[in-house]
Design a protein around this ligand. Structure first.
Ligand code: CTP
Ligand code: MG
Length: 229
């Protein structure tokens, strides 16, 4: 059955502090949202892509994405990421069975990694891309270390995160009923007690959060365009 991707781009990009909304910020000359979507378009496993954008930017985003293969009309997001995810879920065509939720803030996502995480979700019901952390993680409370987490067990979650649509809808309904806001989608599914499979991703699938992340992304793109070393 059909696989949809939701590309969440309805945030304000406050930490980036750019003149334009984050999705429209050029990364090596191409807007971030367009790059994120291109990574998904390049993956043959994705049948339809639904962008979720700020309500005030729908027209601009539609113009940017016009003519891109399998990309639906952008839908308006909400105040929090989870609200945007809900708006995207509500806009999915009825025959969609699997949904890959992707942050537009990760414009360097590669089709091969999307394929691997979709395949894992098809086998297990829910899967995400993640990378082992490089730093030792401390849980900090009141400016002091409360705990050192076992590094070998710590992974940094990326997107796409892929779920059976009905599972994500159920997880979202439970979170909303309980007033819970997650920082990613897998967390909502975990709260149902459903296992989420981890697929090792690529550190280059970085998230653009701060201005210096743009420089890093551009350096990675330049390296990619030179081809494998
Ligand atoms: N997002 C969204 N709707 C929101 C908030 C976030 O669709 N109400 C999306 C963002 O556009 C982004 C992803 O969720 O692609 C991850 O969010 P983040 O990196 O925090 O982006 P912003 O919320 O835009 O940035 P900031 O928190 O700095 O304002
Ligand atoms: Mg945010």
């Amino acid at each position: 059955m059909r696989v949809a991707a939701l590309v969440l781009a309805a945030g304000r990009g406050e930490r980036l502090g750019a003149e334009v909304p984050k999705g429209l910020l050029p990364i090596a000359g191409r807007p971030l949202l367009a790059r994120a979507i291109e990574g998904l378009v390049a993956c043959a496993d994705i049948d339809v892509i639904v962008p979720v954008v700020p309500a005030a930017e729908r027209t601009r985003c539609a113009a940017l994405l016009r003519g891109m293969d399998r990309v639906a009309a952008p839908v308006a997001g909400g105040a929090e990421r989870q609200d945007s995810m809900r708006a995207g879920l509500a806009a999915l065509p009825p025959d969609v069975e699997w949904v890959a939720v992707h942050d537009a803030a990760r414009p360097l996502v590669r089709a091969a990694d999307v394929t691997r995480v979709v395949a894992a979700a098809r086998r297990h019901g829910a899967a995400l891309l993640a990378v082992p952390v490089r730093d030792t993680l401390k849980r900090v409370s009141g400016g002091r270390v409360a705990e050192t987490l076992p590094r070998a067990a710590c992974w940094a979650a990326q997107t796409p995160q892929v779920f059976r649509v009905e599972l994500l809808r159920e997880a979202l309904a439970k979170a909303e009923a309980e007033g819970f806001q997650g920082t990613d989608d897998a967390q909502l599914v975990e709260r149902l007690g459903v296992p989420v499979e981890v697929v090792e991703g690529d550190p280059s699938n970085l998230k653009i959060t701060w201005p210096e992340d743009v420089e890093l992304a551009e350096a990675l793109l330049a390296r990619r365009s030179r081809g494998p070393a």
